[in-house]
Design a binder for this molecule. Structure first.
Ligand SMILES: [Zn+2]
Length: 473
């Protein structure tokens, strides 16, 4: 046998032992999306799952090579295992409205039920769906599992025929090899569809000036689906403006005036299924400041506010990369928070892991940890602004008066942060994720911290890039 043949034989043998992810996709999946709709029910201390429907959600738009989620962000994680062999075929970390609802006081007093979906490539054979949740140590453990046989009469392989108008906004390649974002709208009348497209252009143009979206623009596809409503605007319970729109979007989620969500998961998913997608943005045809973003579910933004650009970018940080809010509420009373476990989010730390600072490879040698910043000056200004804001809200001041206050706050905070000694450095700055003390962010400023500038800090940029990598070829 000649030498070359021996090498060829070795290559053949190696290939037969290691299966490639693409080969795995072809072996275990069809090029369709399976959507499992379920009810997520419970109280602050317990939770239950029950299947609603198992459906086809159109062509598979996700990657066929990155089947396993190496990042595992989110409070929950679902897994698809081959029933016969137990092999892990697909998984994704995610967050849910139920998961957030569990932490509000209402969950202590009554039951809540939310409709949710998980989506994965259509299995060729029977699989097991496992639902996992973080425990008190932030490790995932299984809280529910069920078997799915794609041949069963309980599974509907037909695609939804919803006749919605769709439009390609930016296409850079195959859905399998790009990050696919679907943009929906709520509170736009048929006469306002031109405005819907204008808003999409305006907001996405701004997004792609922000890193890492700027340098990775060609990794994205953006498509829009029209869901016109008969009235302009959406439901706003706080000022007593009520409307029922196709996607049932509303302000006052969890009774927080500017938190915009929809609990009508089924309508949103059915509309989005008109195109291949992994991420969803719902534009809200409103001026009143507001938005929301839940990891792997959707983000929302009120499009006609002075801060819409900021909200659009900030909420995408939550939805796209599970980034934590880096801001906190300053208060005069000093409280020692009970933080006993390191948070799982990429952009905050409780510094509980000694030298294992999660972004240590990005910290310049010689940087002090924790890193000094003029927190007292910043906090006392923040308290002043909060008091003014409370008063304006109590007086039911018009939106533009609140906008003026936010603009004044932005200018003053920008000035303060730029003047600080460690401004622009990567370190561990105290004050993050609603904790005034004991929780740290990596930079003095970031779009997850203030409205000052639409830039993600380097640590957030890296987290977003890592997510992009999981969807591109
Ligand atoms: Zn950041």
């Amino acid at each position: 046998m000649k030498k070359m043949s021996l090498i060829s034989l070795a290559v053949v043998l190696m290939n037969s032992c290691i299966s490639s992810p693409k080969a795995d996709f072809e072996k275990y999946f069809n090029n369709k999306t399976m959507r499992v709709d379920y009810f997520h029910t419970g109280t602050a201390t317990e939770e239950h799952f029950s299947i609603d429907r198992i459906l086809s959600d159109g062509e598979w738009g996700g990657s066929v090579v990155h089947l396993l989620d190496v990042l595992e962000y989110g409070l929950y994680l679902f897994e698809i295992q081959d029933l016969e062999s137990g092999k892990l075929l697909y998984n994704r970390g995610f967050a849910s409205i139920f998961g957030e609802w569990q932490s509000i006081p209402e969950a202590q007093q009554q039951w809540g039920a939310f409709h949710e979906s998980v989506r994965f490539p259509w299995p060729k054979n029977a699989v097991k769906l496992l639902m996992k949740k973080r425990d008190s140590q932030n490790n995932f453990s299984t809280i529910w599992e069920t078997e799915i046989n794609p041949e069963s009469r309980a599974v509907t392989p037909a695609d939804l025929d919803n006749n919605l108008v769709t439009k390609d906004i930016m296409i850079n390649g195959s859905a399998h090899e790009k990050v696919d974002i679907v943009i929906l709208g709520d509170g736009y009348t048929p006469m306002e569809m031109d405005k819907f497209y204008f808003d999409i252009e305006k907001l996405t143009a701004r997004l792609f000036l922000v890193e890492p979206f700027k340098s990775r623009k060609s990794d994205f596809n953006i498509r829009a689906v029209e869901t016109p409503s008969s009235v302009s605007g959406v439901n706003k319970p706080h000022p007593g403006v009520f409307a029922r729109t196709p996607l049932s979007v509303h302000y006052s989620s969890f009774d927080s005036e500017r938190y915009i969500l929809t609990y009508d998961n089924k309508s949103v998913r059915n509309a989005a299924s008109a195109v291949p997608y992994e991420f969803m943005y719902v534009l809200i045809n409103e001026e009143t400041y507001g938005g929301g973003g839940i990891y792997q579910l959707y983000a929302t933004v009120a499009v006609d506010n002075k801060f819409s650009d900021y909200i659009f970018v900030h909420e995408l940080g939550h939805h796209f990369a599970a980034l934590a809010d880096e801001y906190y509420t300053s208060s005069i009373s000093y409280q020692i928070p009970e933080i006993t476990v390191e948070p799982w989010e990429a952009n905050i730390t409780a510094l509980l892991d000694g030298n294992q600072l999660k972004w240590r490879d990005m910290v310049e040698a010689g940087t002090e940890i924790p890193t000094l910043w003029d927190k007292e000056e910043f906090d006392s200004h923040a308290i002043k602004i909060q008091n003014e804001r409370s008063q304006l809200r109590a007086e039911k001041s018009p939106e533009r008066v609140l906008e003026e206050l936010f603009l004044r706050q932005r200018d003053e905070e920008t000035r303060m942060i730029n003047a600080m000694e460690n401004s622009g450095k990567i370190g561990a700055f105290e004050g993050a994720s609603y904790y005034q003390n004991g929780m740290y962010r990596s930079s003095t400023d970031c779009v997850m911290f203030t409205r000052n500038k639409l830039d993600f800090c380097p640590v957030c940029q890296k987290a977003i890039s890592n997510v992009i990598d999981q969807y591109v070829k």
